[in-house]
Write a protein that binds this ligand. Structure first.
Ligand code: GLA
Length: 364
């Protein structure tokens, strides 16, 4: 059911405003964003839709197909439920001078949660867009992304980078967004012709706020202290010799090599060199598995299976610790690779395919 129908069914009247935001898959460049590095995400067709209307009292009454109904007082403390996203959005709208007392809100999502496809950022962006529409207030896509990130930090407890929010807020279908997370400069790069990025879920999920994500972030901060630099963007592999802690050394090595891979990947995308791009994906996965330690047996199994059936490259995507893989295949091998992965990796399922000739029909 879409969010408008859900809203009408639940609240017995039509919503005043509706908006949506898509999930993303990151093609390469993981855990580089909070180190002021480079990322290369693209949108997926799955999205979150939000419909809402103001209330005269100061309650938030929310209905979500996935998480059910919940009513809270709008300035009450966070409680670890999805309403925290709404609390956060209202808080930052008020900071913009847009005081919204109470809200009825319906949320419908086709993005699997906890899967590394950025369902949280999509929820933040969709709510903020719908609120802006409701009160007739304009925020730039970059500002929306930055507020989304603040909601994540201060209301959800994940100290994420800016990739997901920028990608959800700024890019369009069929485009790959090359984002420099230091200055938020973006460049749109066309997606490959004749190749498909296949997104396969491993069947296992993990909440980022459980702490492993923040732990990785802290470890890279420790590395910058050892190196006396403001971020790992400015480090080179040869600098790492002074880091004596082997774990911190490996974390830093992942970030440095991953940044380098993104820069190369952008060029290979422009050159339509899928083979070379795929090699970088494979290297990226090894680095995430061995140096950053964010893979899982299920993710590794999918990556190995894809590679053994002729994928050009395969890697986990997103924060890791479960969630999805992205596999690059020529269009003619695609169906067989998908079939083999689903056969060999019991809990896995296909989320979507992304490519020039198979872009979702509804372009924005
Ligand atoms: C999550 C975060 C992003 C980014 C990725 C890993 O999706 O929200 O900011 O750090 O993990 O690349």
């Amino acid at each position: 059911m879409n969010s408008q129908s859900l809203f009408k069914q639940h609240f017995q009247h039509s919503a005043v405003s509706s908006s949506e935001a898509h999930g993303r898959v990151n093609l390469i460049g993981e855990h580089t964003d909070y180190n002021k590095g480079f990322v290369l995400p693209t949108l997926i067709e799955q999205k979150i839709e939000v419909s809402l209307s103001p209330r005269l009292d100061s309650k938030i009454v929310g209905i979500s197909e996935e998480f059910g109904e919940k009513t809270v007082i709008s300035d009450s403390n966070t409680d670890g439920t999805w309403i925290d996203f709404v609390r956060g959005a209202l808080y930052y709208m008020a900071k913009e001078g847009q005081l919204i007392k109470g809200l009825n809100i319906a949320v419908a999502s086709s993005i699997p949660t906890g899967s590394g496809l950025s369902s949280s950022a999509a929820l933040e962006i969709a709510i903020l867009r719908a609120l802006c529409q409701m009160v007739g207030y304009e925020l730039s896509s970059t500002k929306i992304a930055k507020i989304g990130q603040l909601i994540e930090h201060n209301f959800i407890g994940t100290f994420c980078g800016i990739m997901d929010q920028m990608s959800s807020s700024k890019s369009k279908f069929g485009q790959v967004l090359f984002l420099d997370c230091e200055n938020l400069n973006t460049e749109i790069v066309p997606i490959f012709e004749d190749y498909t990025f296949i997104i396969i879920h491993s069947g296992s999920t993990r909440k980022l706020s459980e702490g492993l994500y923040n732990e990785r972030k802290r470890e890279t901060e420790i590395a910058t202290k050892f190196l006396s630099i403001s971020s790992l963007r400015y480090a080179e592999i040869s600098d790492l010799n002074i880091i004596k802690d082997p774990k911190i050394f490996r974390r830093a090595r992942h970030v440095i090599t991953e940044n380098d891979r993104v820069l190369k990947a952008v060029q290979f995308l422009k050159d339509n060199n899928a083979q070379a791009f795929g090699n970088l994906m494979n290297e990226s996965h090894i680095s995430m598995d061995k140096d950053y330690e964010i893979s899982s047996p299920e993710l590794n199994h999918i990556v190995k299976t894809a590679q053994s059936y002729g994928a050009l490259g395969a890697r986990l995507t997103g924060a890791g610790f479960g969630g999805c893989t992205v596999v690059l295949s020529s269009n003619n091998r695609r169906d067989n690779i998908i079939k083999k992965i689903l056969e060999h990796c019991p809990k896995s399922y296909l989320v979507t395919n992304i490519g020039q000739n198979i872009a979702p029909s509804k372009n924005e």
